[in-house]
Design a protein. Structure first.
Length: 202
C-alpha cells in the first residue's frame, strides 16, 4: 500500500527533523528500492541555492524526490511541464514548494519591487518576473515576508500552469504544500499544508 499525500507530508516533516538533529537515516517514502526504477512519490519545486539540497534537508533517500530547481522557485513552462510529467508518468502524489531564508533571488526581486531598479542586471529577467509576482500578490512588508509571499505565489503559479497538478488536487489524488527552510536551524516551517486552486481556476 503506497502512502497517501498526507502520510508523505508527515514523513517528510519527520525526515527534516532527523536532518536537523544530524541523523543520517533516509526515507524512501514508498519509492522503489531498485535504483533503476524511477517512481518518486514526492516532487519538490525549490530554489537553486546550494545550501538547500531538497532530498537531504527533507531526510529522503535517493529516488524518493523528483526535484525541479530555479532561483527563487521561479515557475516557467519547463518547470510546470516537468511537474506535470512527474504527476502523470511517475505517480507523484505530493508536491512541495520549498522556499528558504536568505534567498538572494527573492531579496533582489524585493529590492526591484520597492525601488523599480534591478540590483543585478544579470538576474534582471528573473527578478523582474519575481517582483511582478510580489506586485500581483499585494506586495510584502519586508525581506522575510517577501520570501513567504513569493513561495505562495509559486504555488498558485504551479496550479495555474500545470493542469495535471490542478486536476489531481481537485480530484483529491494529490496535495500541494508550501515550506520555508532555514539554513541556520536546518528546520522547515510549514507555511501552507494544502494549497487549493483559486476560485475560477479550473
Amino acid at each position: 500500500m503506497q502512502p497517501t499525500a498526507p502520510e508523505l507530508l508527515e514523513r517528510i516533516l519527520a525526515g527534516n527533523a532527523r536532518w536537523a538533529a544530524g541523523d543520517t537515516e533516509r526515507d524512501l517514502l514508498g519509492a522503489p528500492a531498485d535504483p533503476l526504477e524511477h517512481f518518486p512519490p514526492v516532487a519538490v519545486i525549490g530554489c537553486s541555492d546550494a545550501r538547500v539540497p531538497p532530498a537531504a534537508v527533507l531526510g529522503a533517500a535517493a529516488g524518493a524526490i523528483f526535484t525541479v530547481r530555479l532561483p527563487g522557485q521561479y515557475v516557467d513552462i519547463p518547470v510546470a511541464s516537468a511537474l506535470g510529467f512527474a504527476m502523470t508518468a511517475l505517480g507523484t502524489r505530493l508536491a512541495i514548494v520549498l522556499a528558504h531564508e536568505d534567498c538572494r533571488a527573492v531579496h533582489a526581486a524585493y529590492e526591484e519591487f520597492t525601488t523599480g531598479v534591478p540590483p543585478n542586471l544579470a538576474l534582471a529577467p528573473l527578478t523582474g518576473a519575481l517582483a511582478a509576482g510580489l506586485y500581483r500578490a499585494g506586495g510584502a512588508t519586508d525581506l522575510d515576508d517577501a520570501i513567504d509571499v513569493n513561495a505562495r505565489v509559486t504555488a498558485q503559479s504551479l496550479i495555474t500552469e500545470c493542469p495535471s497538478l490542478r486536476q489531481a488536487i481537485i480530484s483529491g489524488e494529490a496535495q500541494l504544500c508550501v515550506m520555508r527552510y532555514s539554513p541556520r536551524t536546518r528546520l522547515v516551517t510549514l507555511l501552507e499544508e494544502r494549497v487549493e486552486p483559486h476560485a475560477g481556476v479550473l
